[in-house]
Design a protein around this ligand. Structure first.
Ligand code: ATP
Ligand code: MP5
Length: 276
């Protein structure tokens, strides 16, 4: 039976982030994708112009309908509209004993627009993180969850260890917003600190990188790949999707990555700098 993966996230009508990116990632990597909507956004590759949250009660209805019928192997969460939505997710994870929960603590879009309220951030910190298998904050999200001003690239491991104290089984602090020749992420779990490095791809088409990365990790876990391997595989998939992104050329702002780069055999925009 094909592994079923569920995205609990917001809609991005421009197709590059949110549930649209998640479903593309699940499909590209061979899982069966399902999605429960937490919010509608009005957005394109240039920015977000509106957010309409789905009431927590109706998110819970969607989740009950799914879990009563489908054997969901892994859940990935993205933008969560409000604290009631966070509680709907936590309640479902506990009730159905979901084993793999990947939490992308989405707070700000690539365009810089804030996507969730302070109350939602508090609910994520206090109630969602303790049931997470892994969380994937970027540097500003790591700082917000820790209630500190900023996390510098030199302090990613330290921030990861502090976030581990909040209850998730593992933390990946993403250094995508840094510059330098490599995109470096740090995985912290009970076994210690592991660094993940891939070449930094020169492209403005980075819309949805966080959603795509977390969704790819969820697919790995649904296939019972051990977490460190699932994270490394996800990063490699994302790097290849970034490499092929310019060939899509969608929109006038930050366009999407190319989720189907392998299936469509798209020539990379630049040669692979390293043998794989
Ligand atoms: N230009 C790039 N080249 C290679 N990898 C990148 C690049 N930008 C981001 N990444 C990688 O993409 C993943 C997502 O990281 P990022 O920090 O961009 O997440 P995010 O902030 O949640 O997403 P976004 O920037 O879309 O809001 C990480 O593995 C990061 O290292
Ligand atoms: C509905 C929705 N969810 C998440 C993001 C963040 O996307 P990313 O950080 O991956 O660019 C987004 N822009 N829209």
């Amino acid at each position: 039976m094909i592994p079923i993966v569920l995205s609990v996230a917001g809609s991005d009508p421009s197709g590059g982030a949110g549930i649209q990116a998640d479903l593309k990632t699940f499909s590209a990597l061979g899982a069966y994708g399902t999605a429960a909507l937490t919010a509608l956004t009005a957005q394109n590759t240039r920015g977000v112009s509106g957010v309409l949250p789905v009431p927590g009660e109706f998110v819970a209805d969607q989740l009950t309908a799914l879990f009563d019928d489908l054997d969901v192997r892994a859940v990935k969460t993205g933008m969560l509209g409000g604290p009631d939505v966070v509680d709907a997710v936590v309640g479902t994870v506990r009730r159905y004993g979901v084993r793999h929960v990947v939490v992308d603590p989405v707070m700000v879009a690539t365009s810089g627009d804030r996507l969730v309220s302070d109350e939602t951030v508090a609910a994520i910190r206090e109630r969602l993180l303790p049931v997470a298998s892994v969380i994937t904050p970027n540097l500003p999200e790591a700082a917000t969850l820790l209630g500190i001003d900023k996390v510098t690239p030199e302090r990613m491991a330290e921030a990861g260890a502090a976030l581990l104290e909040l209850g998730p089984a593992a933390v990946v602090v993403k250094g995508g917003h840094d510059d330098g020749p490599e995109a470096v992420d740090v995985l912290v779990d009970a076994d210690g600190v592991h660094e993940l490095r891939e070449p930094r791809i020169a492209t403005k088409n980075t819309h949805g990188t966080g959603c795509t990365f977390a969704s790819a990790i969820a697919v790995g876990l649904a296939f019972d790949v051990p977490l460190p391997q699932a994270v490394a595989d996800a990063k490699r998939y994302l790097t290849d999707a970034l490499r092929a992104a310019d060939s899509l050329d969608v929109g006038g702002g930050h366009g999407p990555v190319h989720h189907f780069h392998a299936a469509w055999n798209t020539p990379p925009a630049q040669p692979h700098p390293q043998p794989r």
